[in-house]
Design a protein around this ligand. Structure first.
Ligand SMILES: C[S@@+](CC[C@H](N)C(=O)[O-])C[C@H]1O[C@@H](n2cnc3c(N)ncnc32)[C@H](O)[C@@H]1O
Length: 408
């Protein structure tokens, strides 16, 4: 019966039950069985298969809608730089088309809009579509009233610009809301965004982790159909290796987790001086906090061989990258950067024990390695150890709040 339940969840939303753990699945199904007055699992599964409304209720109970404004802020900074330095010069007219998939309760697509407006992008040219399978999350997104849990980063000054504080909640201004179109859909639906014009940038973050490999491949095929030839796609911190095996290459901006089709020239990778020359009229970004958080850990270690190892990993040559890391550690001594890379490669191979051990070694060497904290947190979360995961996320948040420009 467990198998029938897992098959139903995979069909309904692509979910790999193992990704959220047996107890989370059990809890959600138990709740729905009680609400439907059906104590027998077999009967409940039959009912959910027959009733679209009940299936949607089950989906609502099981999805993880966790999101917040400017989550992984470097992604929004890169979006803005890429738009001004690469997209605008080639597209002096016409709309910039962005997609947030999945958008959950709206913080992500609204963050895209606010970031671009802050940087001076013309409002009349911005078009954002935002899609999620959860009606409940979309209702919150359309309402656009948020509590303090939606603001976890150092962007409090931006909050003052775009929200009104009313009775302890933050109401987003219509001038931002009106640029985002929300719609409910399953990204695996046969008619998902049919005939949609391609998007210049797609945020597909923190959902691929819930799919098995076959389903992830399907999701990437959807992204490929929807992304403009020179478009840019953003994924979540622990989803970065997937696109490498699908003809994408990483844009090497730390903590932005962004990709383009292999061979696309990217202005965002050029040195800063060139970038300034390309966009002289652009006002500076107001948020210094968008600078890479773990600069220290990236500059104090000897980089002998690590750039090469990272390039090999980016190109999908994982065993070569891993071997090079191990050799360099032997030659030069332990380095957080090497252990972090080896951890990512082990995680990609499904060897989660070794991945966790490598992340811990990285953190032993550099307790402020932001990326290692986030990745280890996600790994622990995936294994159902929410308490240990939260410890990692809290440590990462403390580092974020110490970043230059963070609100004190
Ligand atoms: C963790 S949130 C990510 C939100 C946002 N992208 C972010 O990174 O903060 C995951 C969202 O994925 C949505 N979701 C899960 N499976 C989906 C599917 N098959 N199609 C569309 N949305 C899906 C859930 O409803 C949930 O709101």
């Amino acid at each position: 019966m467990q198998q029938a339940l897992e098959a139903l969840l995979k069909e309904a939303l692509g979910l790999d039950a193992a990704s959220i753990g047996a107890s989370a699945v059990e809890r959600a199904v138990q709740l729905r069985m009680e609400a439907s007055n059906l104590p027998d699992l077999r009967e409940y599964i039959e009912f959910a298969r027959a009733s679209e409304a009940e299936l949607q209720q089950l989906i609502e109970t099981i999805v993880v809608p966790e999101t917040w404004f400017w989550r992984d802020p470097q992604a929004f900074d890169l979006l803005s730089r890429w738009v001004f330095e690469s997209w605008l010069p080639k597209n002096p007219q016409g709309p910039l088309r962005l997609l947030s998939l999945p958008c959950s309760s709206g913080e992500e697509p609204y963050s895209m809009a606010m970031t671009l407006f802050e940087a001076g992008f013309p409002a009349g040219r911005l078009s954002i579509d935002a899609v999620d399978i959860s009606e409940r999350a979309l209702a919150l997104a359309r309402r656009a009233v948020y509590g303090k849990n939606s603001f976890r980063g150092p962007e409090l000054a931006l909050r003052e610009h775009h929200f009104d504080a009313i009775d302890g909640a933050w109401h987003l201004h219509e001038s931002v809301r009106s640029h985002v179109r929300f719609q409910q859909s399953n990204l695996f639906a046969r008619d998902f965004l049919p005939g949609a014009e391609r998007y210049d940038a797609i945020f597909c973050r923190n959902v691929l982790i819930y799919f098995d490999r076959e389903t992830q491949d399907h999701a990437v095929a959807v992204l490929e159909r929807l992304l403009a030839a020179k478009g840019i796609v953003f994924v979540g911190p622990s989803e970065t290796s997937l696109l490498l095996s699908h003809g994408f290459e990483a844009i090497k901006v730390p903590l932005a987790f962004a990709f383009q089709r292999r061979g696309t020239p990217s202005a965002a990778q050029r040195p800063a001086a060139r970038v300034v020359a390309l966009a002289p009229e652009r006002p500076p970004l107001p948020r210094q906090s968008l600078a890479p958080v773990s600069v220290e850990s990236q500059t104090t270690e000897p980089c002998s061989g690590f750039d090469q190892a990272e390039a090999l990993a980016d190109a999908g040559q994982f065993s070569e990258a891993e071997a090079l890391c191990a050799a360099r550690v032997k030659q030069f001594g332990p380095a957080a950067r090497a252990f972090r890379l080896m951890a990512m490669i082990r995680a990609e191979a499904g060897d989660l024990d070794a991945a966790a051990a490598n992340y811990r070694s990285a953190l032993y060497l550099d307790p402020n390695d932001y990326e290692a904290l986030i990745h280890l947190g996600l790994l622990l979360e995936k294994r159902g150890d929410a308490t240990a995961a939260n410890v990692m996320f809290q440590r990462a948040r403390r580092i974020e709040s110490r970043a230059p420009g963070a609100a004190s």
